[in-house]
Design a protein around this ligand. Structure first.
Ligand SMILES: [Zn+2]
Length: 344
């Protein structure tokens, strides 16, 4: 039953197992979920399930499964944003020639396994011409070929693409489940695992990335320090930070959403402290700073900020002008001069 080794996603893995047993897998899946929510891990497990030689796929142990997890299986290919072959400069989209190349490879069928799998990640980066070319393959896929489209921004995909894929939505994981994966499968020390699980807000991919790469936690530190700078300064400095986050947004939407998500998490923690529930805070390594700052704001101010941050995230999602949306946010935050008198 747990051959998938993907915790907390039984609503996805159970139906997949039975579709596999009946030989009724879809030829295209759209895997949705938040950035770093485990989309790549699920895609890899589906590729393993389709190629596994064990009686309980995906076993994770047979040579097919192992080659896929090591990223050296020639029938499992990831199509992503790559540098332009001519100019060597990084492209911003998945281009038409990449989809054409994929089609040529698809026509040849699998070489070393039972099934050829293309993982398109992130699918919202498909250039419109590439997306249109992909439609043909989605309509009449060659036999033994499966397409896995990964996207945290499904609303940006062509409706015709969405409707030709079966949708799989990853659920956030409990902190306990994330601690279990980190300690048992990745040898992370229990204390570190507990902190990472709290900070991950249910995203296993984030927790795994942070456990492996110190830059992830450094990025979080930087994001929270910029929030402190905003809170300690007047409008001039605040608008500079708004500009920084807006340009971060134009380079990488998920990175800017991550920054605002951090700020939101910090303010939620502050509210938890105001409401006498410090044991529930996510940023437990910031507890003393949170307590000190909680004395400066009232609970109603904190609630207003949480609402404003959520509204800003929604406005950005709805393609509002990022600079404008962030300036509005800066204006709504409590001013350092207001010396708030905490009332509750
Ligand atoms: Zn296997």
């Amino acid at each position: 039953m747990s051959s998938w080794r993907i915790v907390g996603q039984e609503h996805i893995t159970r139906p997949l197992s039975s579709a596999l047993a009946r030989g009724q897998m879809s030829h295209a899946y759209l895997i949705g979920g938040r950035p770093l929510g485990g989309k790549s891990l699920l895609a890899q497990a589906i590729a393993q399930a389709l190629n596994c030689t064990d009686t309980d796929p995906p076993c994770g142990r047979c040579s097919q499964c192992q080659r896929i997890s090591r990223g050296i299986h020639s029938d499992v290919q990831v199509i992503t944003v790559t540098p332009d072959p001519e100019t060597k400069r990084m492209r911003t989209v998945i281009a038409l020639d990449q989809v054409r190349e994929m089609e040529q490879r698809a026509a040849l069928g699998p070489y070393e396994g039972k099934h050829l799998v293309f993982i398109i990640d992130p699918a919202e980066k498909l250039h419109p011409t590439a997306a249109n070319a992909l439609l043909k393959t989605l309509e009449e896929p060659p036999p033994r070929v499966t397409l896995l489209l990964l996207s945290g921004l499904e609303q940006e995909l062509l409706p015709t693409i969405q409707s030709r894929c079966q949708r799989l939505e990853l659920a956030p994981l409990s902190a306990g489940a994330i601690v279990q994966v980190l300690t048992q499968e990745h040898s992370v020390a229990p204390d570190d695992a507990a902190l990472l699980a709290r900070l991950s807000t249910g995203r296993l991919g984030w927790a795994l990335a942070a456990a492996k790469d110190p830059k992830v936690l450094e990025g979080r530190q930087h994001g929270l320090e910029s929030l402190m700078e905003v809170l300690d300064n007047g409008l001039e400095r605040r608008f500079q930070v708004a500009q920084e986050v807006a340009s971060q947004f134009s380079r990488s939407r998920p990175a800017a959403q991550e920054t605002l998500g951090l700020w939101l998490g910090w303010w939620r923690d502050l509210l938890l402290i105001k409401t006498q529930a410090p044991q529930l805070i996510a940023n437990s390594d910031w507890q003393s700073s949170l307590e000190e700052r909680a004395a400066r704001y009232s609970a109603s101010q904190a609630r207003t900020v949480v609402r404003e941050l959520l509204a800003t995230l929604e406005r950005l999602e709805a393609n509002a002008n990022p600079r404008l949306a962030l300036d509005v946010l800066m204006l709504s935050l409590p001013q350092p001069a207001d010396k708030a008198r905490p009332t509750t």
